[in-house]
Ligand binder design. Sequence first.
Ligand code: ATP
Length: 365
Amino acid sequence: MAQIRIENVRKDFGEFNAVKSSTFTVEDGEFFMLLGPSGCGKTTTLRMMAGLELPTSGKIYIGGEEVGMKRASERDIAFVFQMFALYPHMNVRRNISYPLVSQGMRKAEVAARVAEVAKILRIETILDKPVGGLSGGDRQRVALGRAIVRNPKAFFMDEPLGALDAEFREHMAEELRALHDRMGATTVYVTHDQLEAMQMGDKIVVMNHGVVEQFGKPQQIYDWPATKFVAKFIGSPPMNFLEFEGSVKAGSDHVNLSGHMVKVPMSRDDGLGKLALGIRPEHIRFKDSSAYRGRVIAVEYLGTTQIVTIETAHGEIKARTPSNQSAHVGELIGLNFDSRNLTIFDSATGNALVSEANEEVLNRG
Ligand code: ATP
């Protein structure tokens, strides 16, 4: 298995710049997610890492070796695509062994490898069945088997669960993650689904319009979004923003929200002009004595929690609170924010303003 690094990689299609200068490292054995909305350049990035597309500029390394100009077939990697193409006229065993047989591997070794893969995937009992009659899940396992059996340096997966219904998708996501943990194979996985990325990934790259907005562990990205885009894209409902005009004064760790001082986790002088205070729905508390108030405009019951939409002087926000907490439409409610959970963004650039202590967790690629 191998580390993969891309350095200042750019891709143009004619006049169109699909991927701007991107730099990040996938560590050996990591399950690494490329996440972003449709058209952000994640598939193009994956295809360049895998050798299906050549970068316009920049360098790509697999296992320390520069592979920028090497074709996919020379990179010793394996793909798992959304559409699992199996050979319908062959049984499971022959489908899995096909890549080895076509390389000219000896029969005994092929048999041993297939047995090992079948054990990892827990499909020993279906090895002699034709693939035509298999369930969707088993077909997916067979396709994975065919990728794994070559023992490649890395796996590349482009929305492999995209076509599945929600329940089965969740099941396969767990299975893929467990499989990864048993094998420890470096895996790069494209998805537009933030939940899938959070659940499965050791690390996530968040992309937007061809730009790496941030990369890091799921919790880092959730707790310390580097940009407003990341803060909005990850989390459901997304992070709230209270827009205000102001400055964060040197030495002061309070911002002035229309006369209400709110403590923030920083004290720096660079927050001048329009700012946005970012707060996750689950970090908003109701507190009668709080001077900062808003009016409840909707309450959505979700079982153990509820989503309460509140109109404030700085825009509409959504709070996630326990369902047994009283909140009625039309009611004025006192709001309390815990300073440890606030992020301040410069509204002009969308970038988070952070104290130096937090700079290292805001990896902007
Ligand atoms: P999706 O989830 O919709 O596939 P994505 O984030 O994977 O989105 P890419 O497929 O990487 O996005 O495409 C990024 C941009 O580059 C898109 O605007 C797309 O139209 C464009 N693009 C991709 N491949 C080509 C190509 N071969 N020629 C021209 N433009 C392309």
